[in-house]
Design a protein. Structure first.
Length: 102
Protein backbone atom coordinates (compact mmCIF):
# COMPACT_ATOMS: atom_id res chain seq x y z
CA UNK A 1 0.00 0.00 0.00
CA UNK A 2 1.52 3.34 -1.03
CA UNK A 3 0.90 6.48 1.00
CA UNK A 4 0.63 9.93 -0.50
CA UNK A 5 2.72 12.65 1.13
CA UNK A 6 0.87 15.27 3.14
CA UNK A 7 0.88 18.66 1.44
CA UNK A 8 0.52 22.16 2.87
CA UNK A 9 -2.93 22.33 1.27
CA UNK A 10 -3.98 19.27 3.29
CA UNK A 11 -3.21 21.22 6.46
CA UNK A 12 -5.25 24.33 5.56
CA UNK A 13 -8.44 24.81 7.61
CA UNK A 14 -11.57 23.82 5.71
CA UNK A 15 -15.22 24.75 6.19
CA UNK A 16 -15.71 22.10 8.88
CA UNK A 17 -12.69 23.44 10.81
CA UNK A 18 -14.01 27.00 10.59
CA UNK A 19 -17.50 25.90 11.68
CA UNK A 20 -16.05 24.17 14.76
CA UNK A 21 -13.93 27.20 15.59
CA UNK A 22 -16.93 29.53 15.23
CA UNK A 23 -18.82 27.39 17.76
CA UNK A 24 -15.87 27.37 20.14
CA UNK A 25 -15.17 31.12 20.13
CA UNK A 26 -18.86 32.02 20.39
CA UNK A 27 -19.49 29.52 23.21
CA UNK A 28 -22.38 27.97 21.26
CA UNK A 29 -22.69 24.20 21.64
CA UNK A 30 -23.41 21.93 18.71
CA UNK A 31 -26.72 21.04 20.39
CA UNK A 32 -27.67 24.72 20.65
CA UNK A 33 -26.79 25.17 16.97
CA UNK A 34 -28.91 22.16 16.02
CA UNK A 35 -31.87 23.63 17.88
CA UNK A 36 -31.31 27.05 16.30
CA UNK A 37 -31.16 25.59 12.79
CA UNK A 38 -33.99 23.14 13.49
CA UNK A 39 -31.89 20.11 12.51
CA UNK A 40 -30.77 17.05 14.42
CA UNK A 41 -27.53 17.05 16.40
CA UNK A 42 -26.37 14.31 14.01
CA UNK A 43 -26.73 16.70 11.07
CA UNK A 44 -24.56 19.30 12.82
CA UNK A 45 -22.04 16.55 13.52
CA UNK A 46 -21.83 15.61 9.83
CA UNK A 47 -21.08 19.25 8.97
CA UNK A 48 -18.46 19.93 11.64
CA UNK A 49 -16.70 16.65 10.91
CA UNK A 50 -16.58 17.36 7.18
CA UNK A 51 -18.64 14.40 6.04
CA UNK A 52 -21.29 16.55 4.32
CA UNK A 53 -21.11 20.22 3.34
CA UNK A 54 -23.95 22.41 4.58
CA UNK A 55 -25.99 24.59 2.25
CA UNK A 56 -25.01 28.22 1.60
CA UNK A 57 -28.03 29.33 3.65
CA UNK A 58 -26.89 27.20 6.58
CA UNK A 59 -23.41 28.75 6.45
CA UNK A 60 -24.93 32.22 6.53
CA UNK A 61 -27.18 31.34 9.48
CA UNK A 62 -24.18 29.75 11.25
CA UNK A 63 -22.31 33.03 10.86
CA UNK A 64 -25.32 34.97 12.18
CA UNK A 65 -25.65 32.78 15.26
CA UNK A 66 -21.94 32.77 16.09
CA UNK A 67 -21.15 36.36 15.07
CA UNK A 68 -18.19 35.43 12.85
CA UNK A 69 -17.67 37.11 9.46
CA UNK A 70 -19.71 35.33 6.81
CA UNK A 71 -16.90 35.52 4.22
CA UNK A 72 -14.40 33.96 6.61
CA UNK A 73 -16.75 31.14 7.51
CA UNK A 74 -17.72 30.54 3.88
CA UNK A 75 -14.28 30.32 2.32
CA UNK A 76 -11.66 31.41 4.81
CA UNK A 77 -10.16 34.00 2.50
CA UNK A 78 -11.89 37.16 3.63
CA UNK A 79 -10.82 39.08 6.69
CA UNK A 80 -13.17 41.28 8.69
CA UNK A 81 -11.41 44.33 7.22
CA UNK A 82 -11.71 43.52 3.51
CA UNK A 83 -14.31 45.24 1.41
CA UNK A 84 -16.38 43.64 -1.29
CA UNK A 85 -19.49 41.57 -1.70
CA UNK A 86 -19.88 39.29 1.29
CA UNK A 87 -16.24 39.86 2.11
CA UNK A 88 -15.63 40.70 5.69
CA UNK A 89 -19.25 41.48 6.41
CA UNK A 90 -19.67 41.25 10.16
CA UNK A 91 -23.07 39.86 10.94
CA UNK A 92 -24.82 40.67 14.19
CA UNK A 93 -24.66 37.73 16.54
CA UNK A 94 -28.06 36.30 17.36
CA UNK A 95 -28.65 34.99 20.84
CA UNK A 96 -30.17 31.62 21.57
CA UNK A 97 -33.67 33.09 21.94
CA UNK A 98 -33.69 34.66 18.48
CA UNK A 99 -34.67 32.70 15.44
CA UNK A 100 -33.10 33.60 12.10
CA UNK A 101 -36.35 34.74 10.56
CA UNK A 102 -37.87 36.72 13.45
Amino acid sequence: MSEQPITAQDLEPDLADRMRKALRVSHVSSGEMATYLEVTPGTVSTWINGRIAPSAQTVRLWALRTGVPHGWLRDGTQSPHQDGPGGGEMLPRLDSNQQPFD
